[in-house]
Write a protein that binds this ligand. Structure first.
Ligand code: BG6
Length: 511
C-alpha cells in the first residue's frame, strides 16, 4: 500500500476548526424588515458579524417592505437599530463599508413589479458587488404570507440556483400552529426550495449555552454515566420571562405560551438533554438522535392532572405595577390564550424509563431565567442517623442557559462545626469567570451558518412535525377545558402548576 504523502501543514485541521469561518461572496434579503425581530436581532447581528470580520467585503443586505423608503432611509433604520442593539462596539469604518451594500425595494408581497425590481436589484449586486448569485431570503414575516412570498420568488426566478451559486430560504418560527398547518407550510416552501436550501430558525439552538449541553455531556466522563434513570429522578426545563407580551398582541393572542415557546425552544432543549450520543456533530447524525427522542415521547393519560395553564393578571415587574394580560392593548377581554404553560412528558426509552421531564414557560414571572435542571435521586442510604439532614435536598446539575450563563452542581456538604450537620451547597461554573470572550448572540451564529450553508443547528421539517405531534393533543385538550388560571404578575405562575408537581411528590425549582 502506498502511504499518504505527509501533510505539509499538520496543524491545518485543528486551526481550521478553531478559527471562525468567513462567509463567501453573498447577500441577504429580509422580508418583514420593519418588524421587531429584524430591528432588534437581525440587523444588529449582521453588523456584529461584519465587525468581527466574518462577512465578505461585498456583502449586501436588501430590505423589502411596504414603505415608501429610498435606500438611504433604509440605511438610517439599520443604523439606528445597530446603534441601539448591536453587541459589539460601533466602528464607523465597518459601518460605512457595510452600508455600501444596502438596498431597499418597496412593495407588498403580491406586487409583481416589486419582485421584478428585487430581481434587478440582486442582479445589479451580483455585477457591482460580487455577490456571485448567492442569496439568502429571510422570511421574518407571519406564516400566512409565506405562500405569496415563496410563490413570487419562484415566479421571478429568484429561487433558482445558477451553476455554482446558491439560493436559500430562512424561515422564522412559528412553523405552523399545529401539525396540519405545519405540513401545509412545509408543502408550500418545499415546492420551491429543496430541503437543503431551507433553514428553519429556532434561535435557542444558536445560543452558546444550549450548544454547551452537548459539550458537557459528550466531552466529559463525569456526567454521562449517571445521565439515566438509575440516577436521575426527573428533569425540569424552565424558561421564565419577566416581560409581558409588549406590543405583540397581534402575534401572541391565539398562539400562547405552549405554541410560542414549548413546541420549539423547550422541546429542543429536552431533545438535546435526553438524546443518545450522535456518531458525529453533522446535521444528519444530530437530527437522527433528536428525532429518536421526539418519537419516544409519551403524554400522560390524564392531561388535566399533568399539565397546567395560566394567564398573567395585574401585579409587579421590576418594582413597577403592571397590567394583566386581558388589559393589554388589543387583547380581547374574553381571550383564553395562556401566558404560562407547564407539561409533563415521559421518554419511553431504556435510558429514561420512569423519569418525568417537566417543561414550563411563562411570561411575567418572578424573573428572567432559562435553565435545564437534572435532579438526581437521593442517595440510597444516609449513614447520619444522629445528624441533621433535613436541609439536604436532591443533588442537581443545572445548566444555566441565561441570563447568568454557566453550570451549577448542587450537593450536600458538612456545615462547619462540631456536629455532623449537612446542608445543600452549590458549585458554580460561570462563563463570565472562565472565558474572556463574550458569547456571540444566537442570531450571529445562525445567520453566519445560513451564509456558510452549515445545517446542524437548524431543525428539519421532521423535527417540527414530531414536536407538533407532542403538542397537538395537549392543545386540543386545553381548547375544551375552560379558561387558564390567573396568576399575579411577578409570581411563579398559577397554583395548578404547583399542584401538578405536588401530585408527583416534587416541587418546582425557584431559580
Ligand atoms: C421567542 C418568543 O421565540 O423567544 C418570545 O416568540 C420570547 O415570546 C423569546 O420572548 C425569548 O427569547 P430569548 O432569547 O430572549 O430567551
Amino acid at each position: 500500500m502506498i502511504p499518504d504523502p505527509p501533510d505539509p501543514n499538520p496543524l491545518r485541521d485543528a486551526q481550521d476548526r478553531r478559527l471562525p469561518q468567513i462567509a463567501g461572496p453573498c447577500g441577504m434579503v429580509i422580508f418583514g424588515v420593519t418588524g421587531d425581530l429584524s430591528r432588534k436581532k437581525l440587523m444588529p447581528a449582521i453588523y456584529d458579524l461584519a465587525n468581527r470580520g466574518l462577512l465578505p467585503p461585498g456583502f449586501s443586505l436588501v430590505g423589502f417592505a411596504r414603505r415608501d423608503w429610498a435606500h438611504q432611509d433604509f440605511a438610517q433604520i439599520v443604523h439606528d437599530a445597530v446603534k441601539e442593539y448591536a453587541r459589539t462596539d460601533y466602528r464607523e469604518e465597518v459601518w460605512r463599508q457595510l452600508a455600501k451594500g444596502f438596498r431597499f425595494v418597496p412593495g407588498d408581497f403580491s406586487d409583481d413589479v416589486a419582485f421584478a425590481q428585487l430581481r434587478d436589484t440582486i442582479e445589479e449586486l451580483d455585477r457591482e458587488r460580487g455577490t456571485a448569485g448567492n442569496h439568502a431570503f429571510y422570511l421574518s414575516i407571519p406564516p400566512r404570507f409565506f405562500p405569496d412570498v415563496v410563490g413570487q420568488l419562484k415566479e421571478h426566478g429568484l429561487a433558482e440556483e445558477r451553476s455554482g451559486s446558491w439560493r436559500r430560504v430562512v424561515v422564522e418560527k412559528p412553523f405552523g400552529h399545529d401539525l396540519k398547518s405545519a405540513q401545509e407550510l412545509n408543502a408550500i416552501v418545499s415546492e420551491v426550495f429543496p430541503p437543503e436550501a431551507v433553514f428553519r430558525i429556532d434561535h435557542y439552538l444558536g445560543k452558546e449555552t444550549v450548544q454547551n449541553i452537548l459539550a458537557l455531556r459528550f466531552a466529559n466522563q463525569l456526567f454521562e454515566p449517571i445521565w439515566n434513570s438509575n440516577y436521575v429522578d426527573h428533569v425540569q426545563i424552565t424558561m421564565a420571562e419577566d416581560i409581558g407580551i409588549g406590543g405583540r398582541a397581534g402575534y401572541y393572542d391565539g398562539i400562547g405560551a405552549a405554541r410560542d415557546v414549548i413546541q420549539n425552544h423547550l422541546v429542543q432543549l429536552m431533545a438535546l438533554t435526553a438524546m443518545e450520543e450522535p456518531t458525529s456533530f453533522d446535521a444528519h447524525s444530530l437530527r437522527t438522535e433528536k428525532q429518536k427522542v421526539l418519537r419516544s415521547v409519551q403524554l400522560p393519560d390524564d392531561l388535566d392532572l399533568h399539565t397546567a395553564r395560566g394567564q398573567y393578571a395585574a401585579g409587579w415587574a421590576g418594582g413597577e405595577k403592571v397590567k394583566g394580560f386581558l388589559d393589554e392593548e388589543d387583547i380581547p377581554r374574553s381571550s383564553t390564550t395562556e401566558t404560562f404553560a407547564a407539561i409533563k412528558l415521559a421518554i419511553d426509552t431504556r435510558r429514561w424509563a420512569g423519569v418525568p421531564f417537566y417543561l414550563r414557560h411563562g411570561k411575567r414571572l418572578g424573573r428572567r431565567v432559562t435553565e435545564v435542571a437534572v435532579v438526581f435521586k437521593r442517595a440510597p442510604h444516609l449513614p447520619f442517623t444522629q445528624t441533621a439532614t433535613e436541609e439536604l435536598g436532591h443533588n442537581a446539575l443545572v445548566i444555566r442557559v441565561q441570563p447568568d450563563e454557566g453550570v451549577t452542581v448542587r450537593f450536600g456538604s458538612k456545615v462547619p462545626g462540631g456536629a455532623m450537620e449537612i446542608r445543600d451547597v452549590n458549585m458554580d461554573f460561570a462563563y463570565g469567570g472562565a472565558f474572556v470572550e463574550s458569547s456571540p448572540e444566537a442570531y450571529e451564529r445562525l445567520i453566519l451558518d445560513v451564509l456558510l450553508g452549515e445545517p446542524p443547528l437548524f431543525p428539519q421539517h421532521e423535527e417540527v412535525e414530531l414536536s407538533w405531534r407532542i403538542l397537538d393533543p395537549i392543545l386540543e385538550h386545553w381548547a375544551t377545558s375552560g379558561k387558564p388560571q390567573a396568576y399575579p404578575s411577578g409570581t411563579w405562575g398559577p397554583s395548578s402548576a404547583e399542584e401538578m408537581l405536588a401530585r408527583d411528590g416534587r416541587v418546582w425549582r425557584r431559580p
